[in-house]
Ligand binder design. Structure first.
Ligand code: 5AD
Ligand code: SF4
Length: 468
């Protein structure tokens, strides 16, 4: 791209999980080196990319209806002599591949999650009138070849950031499409992760959430030549100046090893909030799901984690109505939720995913039964969530101020437990951590008051000294 050419504009619409959010940013970065600047509406764009999700029902259908709208937009632009390129990325692209190009002729480009490093080349192919479809699995290459964000772009994205350290999954839960769309488990090397985290911190990021489909299965050769797990990696990342807060998601109960639990005990930068999906409380269903553990294993694990870090807040995912789930199985899930006590949780009706083992079962649960179970489970979870949030009223907590709140003079920050907290404070505090007294619980957030006048400087709040 030469300086004399006019910039092209890209709009990326992101569906689904945090890894897609991270991937969309990396695509933006790759396209920036190719002369594209990001825009926030499809109407202004020369290139529209849908970064899609395939995890649950109708995801693909949503993409096709969005493509219908984009077809109209593309035709209207063409009447004005403007060419718009339409691309589908993400897990639907991976799962459907050529099928998308067949069903939706408006699509110029289909690119799976492991091939984003090829985007600039694929766009050149499209410019030459070709239809580009690329769904190869080359995760290691993806990370090596995608360019890093510039300091300016990282700054603009805010004080918290995602960082993918692991991608793909070898667990093959029988309901889940991820092993097919994201491929086998790949861990990124320590030096690449540390380098990316240091670059984020240097651009003002204060909190990094490490991402992976099975993030706690991450492993690699450490700086000491030994094999590291996620626990050791977290200790290393906590040494980076300016990185005050670390989180990770999503974990599998089978991969919570001793060193990771020790990190929760010994590492102040590791926030006391853990998303640890269990899916069901019934051993029969857990076995049918191929989760590789029993309900009691999970409960004992929770006890060990809580012994290491007494104030840790837990969240989870649940599926209701997995094929063959009886009333008794569902009651076991309710009992598990009552026993654990969650700060938050996500629950879904089972949704058959084409190509997964469970989709072929013939004992599917009727939708009305699923709806009723989901309602009961969500009511219980909401009670627990409200009780958890309420338990923090009257407490004083460290809040990382992320952005302006809804009202003028108000900031939105996050507690260590990932709660949104609204505080009257000066915008200059964005990016700093302040002590906040929690006054009351609103509908979606807590309200608090600054409990100390001076803003916490980067040096002060980075007082976490950890040697791995
Ligand atoms: N049906 C319903 N929920 C599912 N999830 C994954 N696959 C399915 C499916 N086929 C849920 C699981 C997982 C979360 C990301 O999505 O609870 O933890
Ligand atoms: Fe899917 Fe199970 Fe892998 Fe999670 S652990 S991504 S639910 S197969």
């Amino acid at each position: 791209m030469t300086g004399t050419q006019e910039k092209k504009r890209v709009f990326i619409k992101t569906y689904g999980c945090q890894m897609n959010v991270y991937d969309s940013d990396r695509m933006t970065d790759a396209l920036a080196s190719d002369g594209y600047e990001a825009t926030d509406s499809a109407e202004n764009a020369d290139l529209v990319l849908l970064n899609t999700c395939h995890i649950r029902e109708k995801a693909a259908e949503k993409v096709y209806s969005e493509l219908g709208r984009l077809r109209v937009m593309k035709e209207e632009a063409a009447l004005k002599g403007r060419n718009v390129t339409i691309g589908v990325a993400g897990c639907v692209a991976q799962a459907e591949g050529q099928e998308i190009a067949r069903r939706a002729p408006v699509v110029d480009l289909v690119v799976g999650p492991q091939s984003y490093q090829h985007l600039p080349q694929l766009l050149r192919d499209v410019a030459q009138g070709k239809r580009a479809v690329e769904t190869e699995f080359a995760i290691a290459e993806k990370f090596d070849r995608l360019p890093a964000a510039t300091r300016e772009r990282t700054r603009a994205r805010g004080v918290t950031a995602f960082l993918t350290i692991q991608e793909g999954c070898d667990k093959f839960c029988t309901f889940c499409v991820v092993p097919y769309t994201r491929g086998a488990e790949v861990s990124r090397p320590v030096d690449k992760i540390v380098e990316e985290a240091a670059r984020l911190a240097d651009a003002g990021v204060r909190e990094v959430t490490l991402l992976g489909q099975n993030v706690n299965a991450w492993h690699g050769v450490g700086t000491d030549g030994r094999e590291w797990g996620l626990g050791e990696l977290l200790f290393r990342l906590a040494e980076i100046p300016g990185l005050d807060r670390l989180r990770y998601t999503t974990s599998h109960p089978r991969d919570m090893d001793d060193s990771l639990i020790a990190a929760h005990r010994d590492l102040p930068a590791l926030m006391p909030y853990l998303h640890l999906p269990v899916q069901s409380g019934s051993d029969r269903i857990l076995a049918a799901m191929n989760r590789k553990h029993k309900a009691d294993d999970y409960l004992r694990l929770v006890d060990r984690i809580r012994a290491a870090r007494t104030d840790i807040a837990l969240s989870s995912d649940f599926i209701v109505g997995f094929p063959g789930e009886t009333d008794a199985d569902f009651e076991a899930t309710m009992r598990l939720v009552e026993t654990v006590g969650y700060a938050a949780a996500y629950s879904f009706k089972y949704s058959p995913r084409p190509g997964t083992p469970a989709a072929g079962h013939d004992d599917h649960v009727p939708d009305a039964v699923m709806s009723e179970r989901l309602q009961r489970l969500q009511a219980l979870i909401l009670d627990q969530q409200t009780a958890f949030n309420h338990s923090k009223v009257g407490a004083t907590m460290d809040i990382l101020f992320e952005k302006a709140g809804r009202r003028a003079g108000q900031l939105m920050g996050r507690s260590p437990f990932l709660q949104a907290v609204l505080v009257d404070a000066d915008a200059a505090r964005i990016g700093s951590i302040g002590r906040v007294a929690i006054d009351r619980l609103g509908t979606n957030s807590l309200f608090g008051t600054l409990a100390e006048p001076a803003s916490t400087s980067i040096q002060e709040s980075n007082a976490v000294e950890v040697i791995s």
